[in-house]
Design a protein around this ligand. Sequence first.
Ligand code: GLU
Length: 422
Amino acid sequence: MSVVHDQHTETNPWEAQAARFELAAKKLNLDPGLWKILSQPAREITVHIPVQMDDGRIELFTGYRVQHSMARGPAKGGIRYAPEVNLDEVRALAAWMTWKCAVVDIPFGGAKGGIICDPKKMSRGELERMTRRFTAELIEVIGPEKDVPAPDVNTNEQTMAWMMDTYSMHMRQTVTAVVTGKPIEIGGSRGRREATGRGVMLVTLQAVKKLGRLPWDTRVVVQGFGNVGSYAALLLHEQGFKVIGIAEWNCGLHNPNGIDIKKLFEYKAATGGIQGFPGADAADQNELLVSECDVLVPAAMENQITTLNAAKIKAKIIVEGANGPTTAAADDILQEKGVFIIPDILANAGGVTTSYFEWVQDRQGYFWKEAHVNAELEHIMVDSFQAVMHYAEAHQVNNRIAAYMLAIDRVASTIRTRGIYA
Ligand code: GLU
C-alpha cells in the first residue's frame, strides 16, 4: 500500500480499519459476498438525547451505537464520552471489536457507542442523567443476548452501574449481564479493572521472549496513564521492565533509570495527575513517543503514530494498548524499519476477554477468584499471540495483517456455516 499524504484520510479511523480489512481480505481470497457483509456495520443507531443540566437548561446530546457484527454472538464493546466522537470513529471501533473478539476467540460480535460531550465540564449528576437517558434510548437493542456495552474513553465502573440499573428498572428485574466493567459488588469481575493493562503486559512478555530479550534490559515508554496505560506500566514494572517514560496528553515524565510506577500511582491518587512527580524529570509528551526506548506502548487515543512521526520512532516493539493508535500509512513506514508491532486487536484484547469472563460469571451467578480470572486471561492472551505469530509466518504478512486475517477467517467461517437468512 502506498503512503497516504492526505492527513484527513490518513487519520479517519474508518478508513484506517477499511485499509487493513482490504489487505487481509485480499490475502485470504475472501468470498465477494462475505467481503460485502463484513465491510459494513450491520446496524447503526443515532440518538439525540435531552438532558436537564444542573442550571435548569436543557441540553441535547448526540449519541451513537454501532453494531458491526453479531455473527459470533452478542455484539460487544465500550461506550466513550468525548467531544471528538463521530460516526466514522464509532464505526471503526465497532469493527475493531468484531476483529478483537475473533482474534481471542470469544463468542461475541463487535459494537461500540459514544456520546459527543465534554465529560470534564459536566457534573456527576449531569453525567448520570445523560447515561440513563442514553441507556433508555437503546433499551431494545442492548441486552445480555443482544449487545453488551462496557467502559471506554472517559467512562468507568460508575457509568456501567448506572447503565445496569437503568436497564434493570426497565426490565423490572436485576440484569447484571447487560454491561461489563461494573463495580465488583454489583456483578463486576475481579481483575477486570487491570485486565487490559494485564493483557498488554502478557503479550509484551511474549514478544520480548520471541525476540530474545530480557525484561530488565528492556526500556519501555507508555503513552497514556488512564485505565490501560497505568496498569500496563505498573504490571510491566512489576515484571522487571524499565519503564523510563510516561506521556500524558498534557505533560510527560522521563527517568532513564526507570520510574517507580507504584509511587506514581500514589502520586496520581493524591494530586489528580502525574505532573510534578518527584521520581522523574519533566519531558515533552510528543518527544517521548520518538525517544530512545525498546518498547513503546501507545495506550491513549487513535492516530498517535502517523506519517508525521513514524520514521522517527526508535522503539523496536510497539504494543498497541489503545484502539487505532497507528495509521495505515504509518504501518508501511514502521514495517520498512522492521518494528515488531503487536496490533491493537490483539494487544488490548485483555479487557474484552475479562468482560467475557464477567458476562459468564453474571449469567452463572458464580464468581471467580482473581487468580482464576488472571490465569484464564493469560491462557487466552498467550494462545492468541501464538496464533497470530503462526498466521504471520504461514502467510508471510506482518502481525497486524495476520491478526486481521485470523479474525476475518473466523467471522467469515461462522457466517458461512450459519448461512444467510432469506
Ligand atoms: N472498550 C474496551 C475495548 O475497546 C473494552 C470493551 C469491552 O470490554 O467490551 O476493548
